[in-house]
Every structure is written in structure tokens, then in C-alpha cells.
Design a protein around this ligand. Structure first.
Ligand code: HEM
Length: 583
């Protein structure tokens, strides 16, 4: 029988707390026995015993800094700056955190306090420490060899390409990567089918005179497309419909609430929230979920959906094996069909599917949601996009891969959305070995990052820095990906743009995401125009943002994040049907 998470955790931590105290107390007791001249009152012995562990922790912390400084000096480098910690923080952190024997130094790279970004849950926990130069962005490549932060996500994701490290990760990556080839991700039939359903839903809602939550509609589009692409069976969340504005929620049909897809969507979304919460809490999440792991039942709901599809894929593969002729001609269409050729391990297969769904759904939804937010804010850009789309694709046809490649302004537009609103706004690695980074200033000393250091890199801040992107870094301007600014900023320093991460763990679905987003955008602009925010429904950004300057002061809606960025309360918009007579 599995013990509740809280008990397991306490059993694990208790000895580390108790043993030093017991040893200290016994030592004092024995000393007193052997040396009668030595006497210490019991209360003092108890206090000393209680404080033994904290004293050791504080000593360890400063000792480790000293050791690391020496190691840095031996490499003719300087120790990476770390978050300042009070003795109390050191004790509370290490008292609880059992992951590392050594005090990992949490460093927050590339953060500039002068460009207030969106207040992210993760970032509020850490302080800005210093200004490290662009070269240090190379840390991303090196850290890519480090371990990822997702240990808290295990009960949702299990072990898959997104959530594993070392040899296991290499294995998963090697297994999934061949599927993301050009041919497989340029079959747009799935998008077209789901687009047509989305289009009808949007038209119906607008004709009723209501604005619509485009974020919700897109999340259904991306979920149904991703499940069909990966598993070979769509969740069908689009057929549940979309919500009415909160003031009219009585209009939501019972189908909206009770649709079979709803439990899947709810389980999936709640699971992601819990993972984000756990990432904030660290190992101590088990104290908050003391009696039961809240994610496990959610994962079961997700598995209930994938189970029949998995069985079908395994059976089909078994039949194909029996009939050599059909095997010869059969090319796998879904990721699942691809994977069952390599393994019949159902746990492995289910974990991989969930990993890919987590990696691929909310990220693309975020890109498209913020793209529409920007269309509403910049009508001139909408016009230019449409001109290019009509020139390359036409007013009604579905876009093809070759046409997508030619639409340079569309790509620049999507990149600019990814720059200001990166779907994964912050990322992190833990070093598995010491790393030397380039010097801050030419001629300066390199930076030494010790083993077991937690490094958080806030992509959203890197993307908004004026010293990296120029004085207009906070403006939304797709042309920066087309004009002389490319040569000036991006070419000499490509890591300043890293929405898909970089290095060995770069996103596998990058091209998939560009294709899906381009497809949606083309269809959207062929059918609709005059996007406006319905600010009677949208959740406004916090009042104090107005006085904080930067992008915050420009926001009309409230960007926020769990693992990925989204718009709080949805993006409620109105749009007009586009008529070709307007060309
Ligand atoms: C705009 C859309 C997307 C963005 C911004 C994005 C971003 C990212 C980022 C930042 C990572 C690195 C995570 C880390 O450091 O651990 C990542 C990894 C990954 N992404 Fe994406 N992603 C997007 C879409 C997709 C799609 C559509 C798929 C698949 C259908 C996908 C599959 C993956 C996988 C498998 C990984 C793990 C790679 C590895 O660790 O080896 N992504 N993505």
C-alpha cells in the first residue's frame, strides 16, 4: 500500500532533522557523565540540541560559498552572483529542501529591474540580482545539459521527453524526434476540419450579439488538433461549444457543462495548475497534499481517454505484423502509431502522449491568443498581414506549406508575438556539473557556476531588454524581424530570442507550432476583420500597473501564467465578418 504523500515526506525528512539533535544531546550527556566537572543545565542542552541542525546548515552554506569561490579562483573566474540569503532563509530552505546536499545557489540570469515585466508567480519568489551581459545567454546551451525542474510534475507527466533527464531523456527524444519531420507536420487536413467548426461557433456567437472568449475557442482548437495529431482521436472539445460572457452564463447549455470532453479538459487544466503550484512549493508540496496526491486521479481521467486509442493502435499494429503486405505499405500517421512500432509498454506510451500534449497545447494557444490581442491593438498590422495572405494564398483557399514559407511578414508577426509574450515565460535548469560562462565585460573574468546550482532564466525579460533589442524593445513591431535591426541585434546574438529554448533540448514542436499558428491566422484573417477588445468583460490589469511603466502600463488585459502564459479571465473580443468586397 502506498503511503500518503505527507507521511512519506515526513518519514524522509525526519531523520535529517532528528539525527543531528539526538547526536548533540547524547554527546553532551556522555560528556557530562565522563567529566563530572562539565555541567550544563538540561534546558541549555535541549536548546543546543534543537539548534544543532540549523547551525550545521548555516555553516555548510558559508563553507560551500568559500569552497566555490576557491574553485572559481582556481579557474581564473569569479563565482556567479547568487540570491542574497539571510541565515533564516538558509535554515528554512535547507531544513526542508532535501534535494541537494550542497547549497545550490539560485541565480537569476539576465534580469533587468528597469523593465518591469509581468509579475509571474515564479519570479515573485526570486530577486533580481545583477545585470549579466548578452554573452551569458550561452548559459542556455550549457544548462541544457543540466537537469530540468519538473520533478514535481511526475504524477501528471510520468516519464517522457518533456519530463526526464540524462540517458532516459536521450532515449525519449530519439524515439519521438523522427515523428516531427516535415511531411508529417505539413498535413493540414486536421486543422482545416477543426477550423471549420471553430468558424461556425464564432459566427453563431457573434450573430447573437455577444463577444466571444477567443482564448477558450483557440484552446479547444489546439486541443482537438493536438489529440488528433498525436493520438489519432480528437477529444472533441469544440463540439461542447464556448462559454457566454460571465454576466450571461445562464445561457451556457447543459452540453457545455456535461460534454464528455469537459472532464478531460478539466483534469488536464487542473493538473497543470497543480504542477505549477508544486513547482512553487518545491518538495514541500506533499505537506499541502498531505492525505492524497491530488494529481493522480486527474491523470487517471486523462488515461481513460487515451486507453481505448492506445488499445486500438496496439491492435492495429499487431494485425499489420500478421499481414506483411499491409505493413509494407502502411505509413504511420499519428505519433501513437509511430511509437507502437517501437514499444508495447503501455505506461511508456501513455506518459509520452501526455508529455507531448502538455508541451504542445497551451503553448500554441498562448501564441494565437496574444496574436489576436495584438491584432486588436494594431489595426494597421492586420491590414498588412491580410495583404500578404491574399497575395500568397488568396481570399478563400487553405494555406499550403510552401505558401506559408513565403509569408515573411506573417512569420515576423508571430515572432514578435513570441518575443513580447513568450508562451514559456520563464525556464530553469540545475547544473549537473560546474560550468564556466564567458566574462561579463571584454577582458573580464569568466563566471563560475558550481554544480547543483538552480538557474532561472526569465525569457520574458531577455526578450524585452532595451540593451539587447534596441530602445524600442517594448514596442510591438514585427518589422524588427525584417529590417536592419535583424543584423544589428539578432544575427550577432541569436540567443536573445529563445521562445523555443535552445541547445539539445530545443522544442521539438517548433515547426509544428509555426504551421498551426500560421494556418489559424490565415483562416482568421480571410474570414474576420476589425478585432476589438470587449473590455466590459475582459479582466483589467492590476491598477498599479499603469504607474509602473514599461509594457505593464500598455496592457489592456491581464497577462498571467502557470507553466505557460495566458490571459486571465479569457480574451473577450468582437470581430466583423470580412467580405471580399472590402479588398
Ligand atoms: C508556440 C508554441 C510552442 C512554444 C513557445 C514551445 C516552447 C517550448 C520550450 C520553451 C521548450 C523547452 C522546455 C524546457 O526547457 O524544458 C519546449 C520543449 C518541448 N516542446 Fe515545445 N513549444 C511550443 C509548441 C510545441 C508543440 C506544438 C509541440 C508538439 C506537438 C512541442 C513539443 C515539445 C517537446 C516534445 C519538448 C521537449 C523537448 C526536450 O526536452 O527534448 N512544443 N517547447
Amino acid at each position: 500500500m502506498e503511503l500518503p504523500p505527507g507521511i512519506t515526506y515526513l518519514l524522509e525528512v525526519f531523520p535529517r532533522f532528528a539525527i543531528p539533535s539526538i547526536i548533540a544531546y547524547l554527546s553532551l550527556y556522555l560528556l557530562e557523565k565522563r567529566e563530572p566537572s562539565f555541567s550544563i543545565p538540561s534546558w541549555a542542552a535541549i536548546i543546543l540540541a534543537i539548534f544543532t541542525r540549523p547551525i550545521i546548515l548555516i555553516f555548510n552554506h558559508y563553507h560551500s560559498i568559500w569552497v566555490n569561490k576557491r574553485a572559481a579562483a582556481a579557474n581564473n573566474a569569479v563565482l556567479a552572483p547568487s540570491l542574497p540569503k539571510s541565515p533564516l532563509t538558509i535554515v528554512s530552505e535547507f531544513a526542508w529542501n532535501s534535494r541537494h546536499g550542497h547549497p545550490g545557489v539560485a541565480i537569476l540570469l539576465l534580469f533587468t529591474p528597469y523593465q518591469p515585466a509581468i509579475c509571474l508567480i515564479l519570479l515573485t519568489k526570486v530577486l533580481a540580482i545583477s545585470h549579466i551581459p548578452p554573452q551569458a545567454i550561452n548559459i542556455k546551451l550549457k544548462m541544457a545539459e543540466g537537469s530540468v525542474f519538473f520533478s514535481q510534475a511526475h504524477s501528471l507527466l510520468g516519464e517522457g521527453v518533456f519530463n526526464s533527464d540524462g540517458e532516459m531523456w536521450k532515449f525519449h527524444r530519439a524515439m519521438t524526434r523522427p515523428f516531427f519531420t516535415r511531411e508529417r507536420i505539413t498535413d493540414f487536413d486536421i486543422y482545416d476540419r477543426n477550423w471549420n467548426i471553430s468558424l461556425q461557433i464564432a459566427k453563431d456567437r457573434l450573430s447573437e450579439g455577444f463577444s466571444l472568449d477567443i482564448q477558450d475557442l483557440i484552446s479547444r482548437f489546439t486541443l482537438d488538433s493536438a489529440t488528433e495529431f498525436l493520438f489519432g482521436g480528437a477529444v472533441g472539445s469544440l463540439s461542447a461549444g464556448i462559454p457566454y460572457p460571465p454576466a450571461h452564463k445562464e445561457r451556457n447549455s447543459s452540453l457545455f457543462y456535461n460534454h464528455p470532453s469537459t472532464s478531460f479538459v478539466k483534469a488536464f487544466t487542473e493538473g497543470l495548475w497543480l504542477v505549477a503550484e508544486r513547482s512553487n512549493l518545491g518538495k514541500e508540496w506533499s505537506l499541502w497534499e498531505f492525505n492524497r496526491d491530488k494529481i493522480t486521479p486527474l491523470r487517471r481521467i486523462i488515461d481513460d481517454f487515451t486507453e481505448p486509442l492506445l488499445r486500438k493502435a496496439l491492435d492495429t499494429h499487431a494485425n499489420d505484423m500478421n499481414s506483411e503486405a499491409s505493413l509494407k505499405h502502411k505509413d504511420e500517421v499519428t505519433l501513437l502509431e509511430h511509437l507502437v512500432k517501437h514499444t508495447r509498454d503501455t505506461k511508456f506510451l501513455k506518459d509520452e502522449l501526455v508529455n507531448l500534449l502538455v508541451a504542445g497545447r497551451d503553448t500554441t494557444m498562448c501564441l494565437l491568443t496574444y496574436a489576436i490581442y495584438m491584432l486588436a491593438e494594431h489595426p494597421g498590422i492586420e491590414k498588412r498581414l491580410r495583404e500578404e495572405i491574399f497575395a500568397k494564398v488568396g481570399p478563400t483557399e487553405a494555406p499550403k506549406y510552401e505558401q506559408m514559407r513565403e509569408m515573411r511578414y506573417v512569420k515576423a508577426f508571430l515572432n514578435e508575438v513570441l518575443r513580447l509574450y513568450p508562451p514559456v515565460p520563464s525556464n530553469g535548469r540545475i547544473t549537473t556539473k560546474p560550468v564556466l560562462l564567458p566574462a561579463v565585460h571584454p577582458g573580464g573574468k569568466p563566471i563560475y557556476v558550481p554544480k547543483d546550482t538552480s538557474c532561472i532564466y526569465p525569457v520574458i525579460n531577455i526578450h524585452r531588454r532595451t540593451d539587447l533589442w534596441g530602445p524600442d524593445a517594448l514596442e510591438f513591431d514585427p518589422d524588427r524581424f525584417l529590417d536592419e535591426r535583424v543584423q544589428k541585434y539578432l544575427v550577432p546574438n541569436p540567443f536573445i530570442f529563445c521562445p523555443f529554448n535552445a541547445g539539445p533540448r530545443i522544442c521539438l514542436g517548433q515547426q509544428f507550432a509555426y504551421n498551426e499558428a500560421t494556418f489559424y491566422l490565415v483562416r482568421l484573417l480571410q474570414n474576420f476583420t476589425e478585432f476589438t477588445l470587449d473590455n466590459s468583460v475582459n479582466v483589467p490589469p492590476p491598477e498599479e500597473w499603469k504607474s509602473e511603466g514599461g509594457r505593464k502600463a500598455k496592457e489592456k488585459v491581464h497577462p498571467t501564467s502557470h507553466l505557460t502564459l495566458f490571459v486571465k479571465g479569457g480574451l473577450w473580443i468582437r470581430m466583423k465578418e470580412f467580405s471580399t468586397s472590402e479588398i
